[in-house]
Ligand binder design. Sequence first.
Ligand code: NDP
Length: 259
Amino acid sequence: MAELHVRSVLVTGANRGIGLGLVKHFLQFRNPPERIFAACRDPKGEKAQELQQLASKHPSLVIIQLEVTDPTSIQAAAASVTEHLKGSGLNLLINNAGIVKWNSLDTETREEMSAVYDSNTIGPLLVSQAFLPLLKKAAQGSPTSELSCSRAAIINMSSSAGSVEEVYLWDLGQIISYRCSKAALNMLTKCQSLGYREHGILCAALHPGWVQTDMGTSSGLKPPLTMDVSVQGMLKVLCSLSEKDTGTFLNWEGKVVPW
Ligand code: NDP
């Protein structure tokens, strides 16, 4: 399998679930990135123990504190990554952190709708804004003018649950706030692709499939996809992305998901 060649990558929500899976797979590459920034909100906490153990074995893995709903934390994370990169840019930003609240049309509340939108939509917007100078730097320093994940890219972890056409797994749960937040994230991805094209930054939304993680199993049913299958699939997709794919919504198999 062709492998993604990136010098540096940052993954949000990297202490468990798909985020941790991505970090583990990057570490296993034949040519791993020189710097893998694993961002999580509580680097010293219980839920980051596996990440801490990995970091103690792999000098290329840097754990960064990042709460995506907190602008101060986002700015501090961007400053810290800038320092670590010592003048280089950041090739790949994966906005993976996200939450779900199991509400229905009847039970959805202002508070929960706002909290989900804050994490799943506003978070990726603000994180992308903060890391934009580093992404631009990576794009400018690249020997090629073609868009690709190896050059500079923002990947937003979306969901077919936010596809207006598919309304994936509606019978399993209405999860109104989650669906709306991901539909909005898809629009954000499109806007980013249009706005950042001139800076040489590819932007795409990905649906990882229904995956066996805390979120994936929170419905009470066992999802069909293992983490490894989902992550391997997504990495293959990332490797294949080019000019024509910026502003698209794809699943872990590289198939287009309808908006
Ligand atoms: P998990 O619930 O297993 O993990 C979520 C991760 O996001 C955790 O690391 C969590 O950190 C982090 N996170 C949540 N809120 C914040 C925040 N405010 N700031 C920083 N980090 C935060 O989810 P998955 O791994 O399953 O999901 C990852 C992404 O994939 C999400 O965006 C999700 O919507 C999407 N997705 C997942 C599917 C699935 O079937 N699993 C299907 C479709 C999309 P902490 O440990 O601190 O809570």
